[in-house]
Design a protein around this ligand. Structure first.
Ligand SMILES: Nc1nc2c(c(=O)[nH]1)N[C@H]1C(S)=C(S)[C@@H](COP(=O)(O)OP(=O)(O)OC[C@H]3O[C@@H](n4cnc5c(=O)[nH]c(N)nc54)[C@H](O)[C@@H]3O)O[C@H]1N2
Ligand SMILES: Nc1nc2c(c(=O)[nH]1)N[C@H]1C(S)=C(S)[C@@H](COP(=O)(O)OP(=O)(O)OC[C@H]3O[C@@H](n4cnc5c(=O)[nH]c(N)nc54)[C@H](O)[C@@H]3O)O[C@H]1N2
Ligand SMILES: [Mo]
Length: 757
């Protein structure tokens, strides 16, 4: 038996049964069912190195996205990349090379695409990187100020879900807690416990309330159907009701927080003459004032947990709902108690709240980046379009670099970025774009040099994920498809051409690196008091269960037990409900305490008939990965990505289940296939991310014909503090598509001319 792993699961493989999820995984992901077919789909795989025709002829980017490619040999491709890197470094310096290269790549410690890229470019003198993630940038920047810990530290210390099941009486989940997103663990998932835990919670008498525009975000909970983008107002009102009824936990506020007087003055309206009451919030949130008051009283009378899904902060002013939720939990004063308080990200991926020992397994050493320059990750198009102009981030004024060469491996900006037409135009700026990919993604189609990379199914690797209870030896299952090479091998060849092969490889082959990683892992395990089998045995057996791995956590327990002895690393040593430092930045879009700020676009001032677009994570795939695999394809409607709409909304427009519709706004338009459900608010439409970007000119107009919501989303930062993306903030118009259905172009490769050699 061979084993392998992905972000969505771990699998046993033999020729007769194919890929099978591990037998003891209680809730294997459906995404795995589309993996093999996506990987072996030769119409979507990059089969050989290619170079854009216009680039070979001296065009520096104008025709990116519409050009033909020329097939070249590996030798030629490697030589061209090496020469171009050298040219750019000589003419402009390493600070003109952008390799932020955001993206999820694949599970497996050694072949991790970004790790390989960074190691390679660090040997070459460095590059401009990116900071934070598309997942939770607002939290990454904000948490150190308000909680004195990084988002990663918070995630590692979030109260165990087992404690919640045991002690919590009322779980109030903003954005729900969903088995859909809990299919995933970054770096590999051998175990999915969230559906089981949710089942136990509802069976065990914990009252479950989900505040979300979609009931399906937490099906077993009572549904508070909130108008998207308005949770902050609701949280403020809940807090206000608790305070005006005199039920705030004053002892906790005094001992464990700073800035309560300033925040309280805002809450009660002392500072702006607006009390943030239930009556004030009700018309904004579309939740009745009575319901807000009742909920507030229940929260105060019960052992309560305020949980927030990551999605809430992927929105305009995304800092506010997480800060307001923390303030609500502080006023309730149950932080640090068993199973109650505040949490962020239960269900957003599988391991958040998992009571497992965290073992810091080794990864490929990446060296040091001498350049040190970076952009906030979601400011990509701004950087390309506005070289050398200033912007604000985390209290600093910074300057965008002037980028001449973009190097992307393991990510798909034409999936993950907002307002893709804007990106498409900024993308013409650099001289050269190099992409390694398995598949003809939209980003690969918009590169100058595309190098075919192997997938995890075509190589040996080790899944070592600090948050997973198993280590998996990932055995090669398929021969490399076409001329695909490992990213490592590609970089080795380019490094050889540039004269630093030995520095990059340290003389090791893949197998040597895997043994080296395993040797380091063995030392790490020893420090944690257990042994690992020797490498050959591990490779033969394929799976190693990390022993005695139960470890329950309770967020901020030590701090709450004794704030003097275990202060938080904030400006006051306590939770900051008003933060002097943030206030000192003087930002209108992120003041010094949680604040209701209307989003740049919302139903509160929408044109007639506009719907709010929810573009969350897809159930059938990981982002855009496996979109051309069977699981995602079988879910499409008329070949288009399904969009979820309330039946009343559909019938008011004369639309029916299965219709193809056109979603549009000032930024763009796309087609989607209609699916009806009462589990979504009538003023919303949900179109998951990840349908491969397929823009065409149809009837003289620009149209994305496949259902990619990022042609509609807004490319703006949450605020000048975090500059996180605001994918969940957008309005759209929806109408029937009565024209003939345009054929998709993404299910076949771009035109590739046979090269001279
Ligand atoms: N509208 C909207 N947009 C969003 C979001 C949203 O909620 N709404 N969510 C955002 C979030 S949270 C995220 S994390 C991003 C995700 O965005 P991405 O991480 O960019 O999306 P993926 O499709 O996972 O892209 C990974 C790419 O790496 C390639 N790849 C995988 N393994 C390897 C490898 O070993 N080598 C090489 N060379 N390539 C490899 C895959 O083929 C794939 O194309 O999207 C963001 N975009
Ligand atoms: N199957 C699958 N799972 C995934 C991924 C995937 O691609 N596929 N991607 C993974 C990644 S990279 C990440 S970062 C996580 C993201 O995990 P999340 O951020 O938790 O996932 P989302 O689907 O973006 O958002 C969750 C829900 O928030 C709700 N929501 C949207 N706007 C609002 C609002 O204003 N208020 C409230 N209360 N709710 C709102 C939506 O209904 C949505 O279903 O998912 C991970 N899990
Ligand atoms: Mo993410």
């Amino acid at each position: 038996m061979r084993y392998t792993a992905a972000h969505w699961g771990a699998y046993a493989f033999d020729e007769s049964t194919g890929l099978q999820p591990l037998a003891d995984d209680p809730a294997p992901s459906r995404i795995g069912r589309g993996w093999l077919s996506a990987t072996t789909n030769k119409r979507s795989r990059v089969l050989s190195p290619v170079i854009r025709k216009g680039w070979l002829e001296g065009d520096r980017g104008a025709a990116r996205s519409s050009d033909d490619f020329v097939r070249v040999t590996w030798d030629e491709a490697v030589r061209r990349v090496a020469e171009e890197l050298a040219r750019v470094r000589t003419a402009h310096g390493n600070g003109a090379i952008f390799a932020g290269s955001y993206g999820w790549s694949s599970a497996g410690r050694f072949h991790h695409a970004q790790g390989q890229l960074r190691r390679f470019l660090n040997c070459f003198g460095g590059f401009v990187g990116s900071r934070d993630t598309y997942s939770h940038a607002a939290a990454e920047v904000l948490f150190p100020y308000i909680l004195g810990m990084s988002q990663r530290q918070l995630q590692d210390n979030v109260t165990s879900i087992e404690e919640v099941a045991e002690h919590c009486e009322l779980l109030l989940a903003f954005g729900g807690i969903s088995g859909r997103t809990a299919q995933i663990t970054a770096s590999g998932a051998s175990y999915h416990e969230i559906p089981d835990w949710l089942g136990r919670l509802s069976a065990g008498g914990t009252r479950l309330v989900s505040v979300s525009p979609q009931r399906s975000d937490f099906s077993s909970a009572e549904w508070v159907s909130v108008r998207p983008g308005t949770d902050t107002a609701l949280m403020l009102a809940l807090t206000h009701e608790i305070v005006v009824s005199g039920r705030e936990n004053r002892a906790f506020l005094k001992r464990c927080t700073s800035g309560w007087p300033q925040f309280r003055a805002y809450l009660t309206g002392e500072t702006d003459a607006v009390a943030k009451s239930a009556d004030w919030a009700a018309p904004t949130c579309d939740v009745s004032a009575d319901r807000i008051r009742t909920l507030a009283h229940e929260l105060a009378g019960k052992r309560s947990m305020i949980a927030v899904a990551w999605g809430l902060q992927r929105a305009d002013h995304g800092e506010q709902p997480i800060w307001a939720a923390l303030a609500l939990a502080s006023v309730l004063g149950q932080i640090g108690q068993p199973g109650t308080g505040f949490s962020f990200g239960y269900g957003s991926t599988s391991p958040v709240g998992r009571p497992t020992r965290l073992v810091p397994w080794p990864s490929l050493p990446q060296g040091r980046n001498p350049v040190g320059d970076f952009i906030p990750v979601a400011r990509l198009a701004d950087m390309l379009a506005h070289a050398r102009t200033d912007y604000h981030y985390d209290g600093e004024t910074r300057t965008y670099p002037d980028i001449r060469l973009v190097y992307w491996v393991g990510g798909n900006p034409f999936h993950h970025h907002q307002d893709l037409r804007r990106l498409d135009s900024a993308w013409t700026r650099p001289d050269t774009i190099v992409v390694h990919e398995h598949a003809w993604t939209a980003s690969a189609r918009r590169a100058d040099i595309v190098l075919p990379a192997t997938t995890p199914l075509e190589r040996d690797d080790i899944m070592m994920n600090r948050r997973d209870p198993r280590l998996i030896y990932m055995s090669q299952i398929l021969s490399p498809i076409g001329e695909a090479q490992h990213d490592y091998e590609i970089f080795r060849r380019i490094a050889r051409q540039l004269g630093f092969e030995d520095q990059f490889t340290e003389g090791r082959e893949v197998d040597d690196w895997l043994r080296q990683l395993w040797a380091c892992a063995t030392e790490v395990a020893a420090r944690h008091g257990f042994g690992l089998p020797d490498f050959d045995r591990f490779r033969d057996e394929g799976v190693f269960a990390v022993p005695d791995a139960e470890e329950h956590r309770r967020l901020m327990r030590d701090f709450v037990d004794d704030p003097e002895r275990a202060p938080l690393a904030t400006e006051s040593g306590r939770i900051t409900l008003y933060n002097e430092t943030i206030s000192g930045f003087g930002l209108d879009d992120c003041p010094g305490h949680p604040t209701w700020l209307p989003p740049v676009e919302s139903l509160l001032d929408a044109p007639d008939g506009a719907l709010h677009l929810i573009s969350g994570q897809p159930d059938t795939r990981l982002h855009a990965q496996n979109d051309l695999g069977s699981e995602a394809l079988n879910d499409k409607i008329g070949g288009r990505e399904p969009a979820l709409m309330h039946p009343a909304t559909a019938s008011a427009r004369g639309l029916a289940e299965g219709d193809v519709v056109r979603l549009s706004n000032v930024r763009g338009a796309c087609l989607a296939g209609l699916r009806l459900s009462e589990n979504i608010r009538p003023d919303c439409i949900a179109l998951a991310t990840g349908a491969w970007f397929d823009p065409q000119i149809v009837g003289g107009e620009w149209l994305e014909v496949h259902g990619n919501p990022n042609v509609l989303t807004i490319d703006k930062g949450c605020s000048e503090l975090s500059q996180g993306n605001i994918a969940h903030t957008a309005l759209v118009c929806v109408e029937a598509w009565d024209e003939p259905l345009p054929a998709l172009s993404i299910d076949r490769p771009p035109r590739i001319l046979e090269g001279p050699g």
